[in-house]
Ligand binder design. Structure first.
Ligand code: GLY
Length: 357
């Protein structure tokens, strides 16, 4: 089944249309403590279906994406006498769609759900592609299922209260999609400023649509990530290492920022190993520096960063570090191994590009 994608700022109308198409089922809206307070009231005004739904509120934040919250969610579905025919509407960021999607995938062996992302990051990433799950045993997304929602309703109407940092975080995933697609899509993104309100929501929605369609075309061909879906990991091997290490150093950086800086390092590796064009690398790095600043690292940090990269889920053997890299914009290559020496050299060049002494 292919997930339906609806891009509109008339969200209430879109929900009611979808619910009617799905036969007007009983509805459970899964929201977190933030979206229940700030977003749900807007939607209740605009959508009959949401106004009549049972609301299940979960605690916000990735720390609560766990088995206890999930069990509570299952209990609340039981209490409302949900059936396989009940429709779950996930209203929130990636934590809500991951956990609500997994609850829907597993309760009574599967119910339908739709995602209404309320952050840019969730709109361009988690709401599409059917990765659902929870953190477990100290590991992120350790338990889960590939289970595509019926649809995602993607809008910019909920973004005007998001901090600028959240917008920049989501925009980094859009930059990744631009790199994976072609020079035209990438060029449009690099010619725009992600900083709200400079990039107004009416201009943002078409860019989001283009970006989500890049992801959706990739996922469509490989839902369970045995092949080309791994291309979506571009920037994430280094990005996750930057992110984990920032937590170890107790000065956390947002996921999207880590991805933006990770993309620069992985484009350097792409240049070194696959001949990725140096002019594109330089203009991309300049854009990241201007909009995200530089993630300060020294060569003393390399061993810890490389140790974190060794933990990456994509590695196929203990002594190999596996990357998705690019031969050119729009030409990804998956399962490329780099040695610690090559990664160290790429981090040196990253520091030069980011003007780090
Ligand atoms: N976030 C990458 C993927 O959905 O495959």
């Amino acid at each position: 089944m292919k997930q339906k994608l609806i891009f509109t700022n008339l969200v209430g109308e879109a929900v009611d249309g979808l619910v009617a198409e799905l036969g007007n089922p009983q509805i459970a809206v899964v929201a977190d403590t933030n979206t229940a307070q700030f977003v749900l009231p807007l939607l209740v005004n605009d959508s009959k279906a949401v106004a009549g739904a049972t609301v299940i509120t979960v605690k916000s934040g990735d720390v609560n994406k766990n088995i206890d919250t999930l069990a509570d969610l299952w209990k609340k579905l039981s209490a409302m006498e949900a059936t396989r025919n009940t429709l779950v509407i996930n209203l929130g960021g990636g934590v809500v769609s991951d956990m609500g999607g997994f609850a829907a995938a597993t309760f009574k062996r599967g119910m339908r759900c739709i995602n209404i992302p309320t952050t840019l990051l969730a709109a361009v990433d988690a709401s599409v592609g059917g990765k659902t799950g929870i953190n477990f045993n100290g590991l992120k997304n350790q338990i889960g299922a590939f289970s595509e929602p019926e649809a995602a309703i993607i809008s910019t109407v909920f973004f005007n209260t998001l901090p600028q940092q959240e917008i920049l975080s989501g925009y980094a995933e859009m930059l990744k999609h631009g790199l994976l697609e072609n020079s035209e899509v990438l060029g449009k993104l690099l010619a725009s400023s992600p900083v709200y309100p400079l990039l107004d929501p009416t201009r943002l929605l078409p860019l989001i649509e283009e970006s989500v369609l890049v992801k959706s075309r990739i996922v469509e061909n490989d839902i369970t990530e045995v092949g080309i879906r791994k291309a979506l990991n571009l920037g994430h091997t280094v990005g996750h290492a930057f992110e984990s290490y920032s937590y170890e150093r107790k000065s956390p950086i947002p996921h999207g920022y880590a991805v933006a800086w990770g993309l620069v390092v992985e484009l350097v590796l792409s240049h070194m190993l696959l001949g990725f064009p140096s002019d594109v690398l330089h203009s991309f790095a300049g854009y990241v520096l201007a909009n995200y600043g530089a993630h300060q690292i020294t060569c003393d940090d390399y061993p810890a960063l490389i140790a974190d990269m060794r933990q990456d889920k994509k590695n196929l053997a203990p002594d190999q570090i596996n990357f998705t890299l690019l031969e050119n914009v729009g030409v990804p290559r998956i399962n490329i191994n780099a040695t610690p020496e090559q990664i160290g050299a790429a981090l040196d060049i990253y520091r030069d590009l980011m003007h780090i002494a």
